[in-house]
Design a protein around this ligand. Structure first.
Ligand code: URA
Length: 258
């Protein structure tokens, strides 16, 4: 358990069916410290306990899983996401950015989160990163009418900060349901947030990019997934564009074989 991060712990609770916690204000708790056999007595104040915030996060994740599962079309899912109140990012965002493009496409592109422009307009990748993404797509004959584009988070993190594990955990059920409903043949994830969220690992994007993985929808369905650098990173590091070009050519080859 000590090895789990916050997101994994929350997911584990949900998958285990945990939906309630015993009060954290009862008397002393004794913990036996394994090999040292050193007994530690915690007072009420010191006792490690599930905080109110963590309880709320678990509840919100469970609620996200259940409401997402109840949506049987993309439009129903959009309404579910728009009405969801379990993620505090929604309070600071102007718009819910659900996704856009061709929902019948066999290619799904997943970014991290809306930025300022997306938050103003309500569509994914419409700012500087979006313009570069359009050029990347055009280089292999794709455009907004031939792909579907979404993000891990439908709400902009204030100041474009990196999303927390808890924010990703609570929004992930929506992305996973979106993937089920679109049922693409190929997923291209842009940047480490999207790659780590869907591959459920913490590998750096430099190690993940350009390789093919299987995204597991369920025991019977997997989808080819490739990660590449995020366009925002490319705007800051144009020298890395040549690597993305290689990734795009691999994507094109996969499309031709599909
Ligand atoms: N960056 C993203 O990851 N997604 C967007 O929609 C815009 C910028």
């Amino acid at each position: 358990m000590n090895m789990m991060n916050e997101k994994e712990l929350l997911e584990w609770y949900i998958m285990s069916g945990v939906d309630a916690f015993v009060s954290d204000t009862s008397g002393c708790v004794q913990e036996n410290r394994g090999i040292l056999n050193e007994e530690v007595v915690y007072s009420d104040i010191q006792r490690p306990a599930m905080t109110d915030l963590a309880q709320m996060s678990v509840k919100a994740c469970k609620n996200a899983y259940e409401t997402a599962a109840g949506a049987s079309t993309l439009e129903e899912l959009r309404k579910v996401v728009e009405n969801f109140e379990g993620c505090s990012l929604k309070m600071t965002a102007n718009k819910t950015v659900f996704g856009g493009g061709n929902p019948l496409s066999k290619i799904l592109i997943v970014g991290e989160a809306p930025g300022a422009d997306e938050d103003r307009i309500g569509e994914p990748f419409v700012g500087r990163s979006g313009h570069l993404l359009d050029k990347m797509l055009a280089a292999i004959g794709l455009n907004r009418q031939t792909v579907y584009i979404t993000n891990v988070l439908p709400w902009r993190p204030p100041g474009n900060r990196t999303p927390t594990n808890a924010e990703v955990a609570v929004c992930l059920p929506f992305l996973k349901r979106q993937i089920e409903l679109i049922s693409p043949k190929i997923i291209l994830v842009l940047g480490s947030s999207a790659a780590n969220s869907l591959l459920d690992n913490e590998e750096p994007i430099s190690r993940l990019r350009g390789k093919w993985f299987q995204y597991c929808v369920c025991a019977e369905q997997t989808i080819d997934l490739m990660a590449s650098f995020h366009p925002a990173y490319l705007l800051r590091n144009p020298a890395q564009k040549s690597k993305v070009w290689i990734d795009l050519l691999r994507l094109l080859k996969k499309m031709e074989n599909n």
